[in-house]
Design a binder for this molecule. Structure first.
Ligand code: SF4
Length: 205
């Protein structure tokens, strides 16, 4: 037996993945809620900068795990259509068998992790747009494989405050896009976002 590296097939598969992901399958054009929740500097680069930097192979593969899991676990009729409110697109993951709204996440973290505030902000935003007070979350922990489900009941005020914060961040992003605002690096992101960011060299963080 002789086993040799096959870079050609590896690169073909990655190119396929990149083409599918960058094609933005099913994603409406415009500003999405996640553009407003995560680093605005990076959202600006990704949305409009002609010199945007492509996702790394590692990022692509991690996205693929999430998309693959959605395809595996969700029936086509469960997948939620994108919805737009206040100029912001949201793409809730799915509708449960009991007709509730739900999100599916995959993570490399341990099952003991605290749910990230960005996930909570995302689900609060979906709840505001869809006008629901409760939300389900399924988390697929990859290693070791484990699945957990959560049911979250929001308080009305936290949904309102969260949406106002998203609107504020959207306004800042639009001002950046239209050249009316300069963003100080780090001002509109969480410190952990810079760790593996492909724009780190460019923005000076
Ligand atoms: S390095 Fe940090 S501040 Fe700069 S674009 Fe990336 S996440 Fe944003």
């Amino acid at each position: 037996m002789q086993i040799i590296d096959n870079l050609v097939i590896r690169n073909q598969m990655l190119a396929e993945l990149r083409a599918k992901y960058m094609g933005g399958e099913g994603r409406p054009k415009g500003i999405h809620m996640t553009d407003c929740i995560y680093c605005l500097e990076r959202s600006y680069y990704d949305l409009v900068d002609p010199n945007r930097i492509q996702h790394t192979d590692k990022e692509l593969m991690l996205f693929a795990v999430g998309f693959g899991m959605e395809k595996m676990l969700l029936r086509p009729e469960q997948v939620h259509e994108p919805v737009e409110l206040d100029g912001i697109w949201v793409s809730p993951d799915f509708v449960t068998l009991e007709a509730g709204k739900a999100e599916l996440k995959t993570t490399r973290q341990k099952t003991t992790m605290t749910l990230p505030e960005t996930w909570l902000e995302q689900m609060m935003g979906y709840s505001w747009v869809l006008q629901v007070k409760e939300y389900d979350l399924v988390v697929f922990y990859i290693i070791p494989p484990e699945m957990k489900g959560y049911h979250i009941v929001w308080e009305g005020q936290e949904l309102k405050d969260n949406w106002e914060n998203i609107l504020l961040r959207k306004q800042v992003l639009v001002e950046k896009i239209t050249g009316k605002r300069v963003l100080e690096p780090g001002q509109w992101c969480r410190a952990w976002e810079c760790k593996n960011c492909r724009y780190k060299v460019r923005c000076g963080r």
